[in-house]
Write a protein that binds this ligand. Structure first.
Ligand code: BTN
Length: 248
């Protein structure tokens, strides 16, 4: 990964840059890194704070030979890759994964992942994996309402973190896990994800497109869905939902 890298100053979103390159036939592993995003985007149509020079705002092009319904597995893989990459650089930090792919330190979000895929006739064409890590942001870089829920690596560790070292670590971890996934399938990724999850074992409210579900997430299924045990002893597998903050 990252053999084709484009480093840009200011973009709307690195997702848009990589999407354009993907449409023009760019190879898997193409990476765009920006110093600043003016319309950084998050999951669920939210905005992503991406101030100049303070974070890692980047998007990676993937062309995995997997069926479209398995793309959520790559979302989970990305979360494992980022958490391992950060742990290598700042070993003292305890990072948990909130399903599906938020990285938390002390309950506050330090990194977010957004996978956008392009498909044609039910077939996956490519995935743009957007990786955002709040590296050296200070409290003043966040809007007030975000501060209780967000934190940067610098705020959490008390020191500035070298972004180039972290980018190298992310690419190495991501490529290693991606190769493992292509060789052995989802099973090893699933175990790694479960071991780092802070979602499993706690009563959680999940807002799904079909309505709200409250139960205890117990693990992932082989597709990457979240297996939730409900109060009446029945089970539900959730593929898309948002976890209510209070219950996270
Ligand atoms: C989320 O947690 O909601 C996902 C946030 C993803 C942010 C990254 S930053 C690089 C890439 N470009 C974007 O516009 N978003 C992703």
């Amino acid at each position: 990964f990252g053999r084709q890298i484009r480093i840009l100053d200011v973009v709307t979103s690195t997702q848009d840059e990589v999407r354009t390159m993907a449409e023009q036939g760019a190879p898997e592993g193409t990476l765009v890194i920006a110093e600043q995003q003016t319309s950084g985007r998050g999951r669920m149509g939210r905005n992503w704070v991406s101030p100049l020079g303070k974070g890692i705002w980047m998007s990676l092009l993937l062309r995995p030979p997997v069926p479209l319904p398995l793309t959520p597995q790559l979302t989970l893989l990305a979360a494992v890759a980022l958490s391992r990459a950060i742990a290598r650089i700042i070993p003292e930090l305890s990072i948990g994964i909130k399903w599906p792919n938020d990285l938390l330190v002390g309950g506050r979000k330090i990194s977010g992942i957004l996978l956008e895929s392009a498909a044609e006739d039910e077939r996956l064409r490519y995935i743009v994996a957007g990786l955002g890590i709040s590296v050296n942001l200070d409290e003043k870089d966040y809007p007030d309402e975000l501060l209780p829920k967000a934190i940067s690596l610098k705020m959490a560790s008390g020191r500035e973190v070298n972004r180039s070292d972290l980018i190298a670590s992310v690419l190495e971890e991501f490529e290693g896990l991606y190769d493992l996934y292509l060789e052995q399938g989802f099973a090893p990724i699933r175990s790694l994800w479960e071991a780092r999850s802070v979602t499993l074992g706690h009563v959680t409210q999940l807002n799904t497109p079909q309505g709200s579900v409250t139960g205890i997430p117990r693990g992932l299924d082989e597709m990457g869905g979240l297996r939730v045990e409900l109060a009446d002893g029945s089970w539900r597998t959730i593929y898309s939902a948002e976890i209510r903050d209070e219950a996270a």
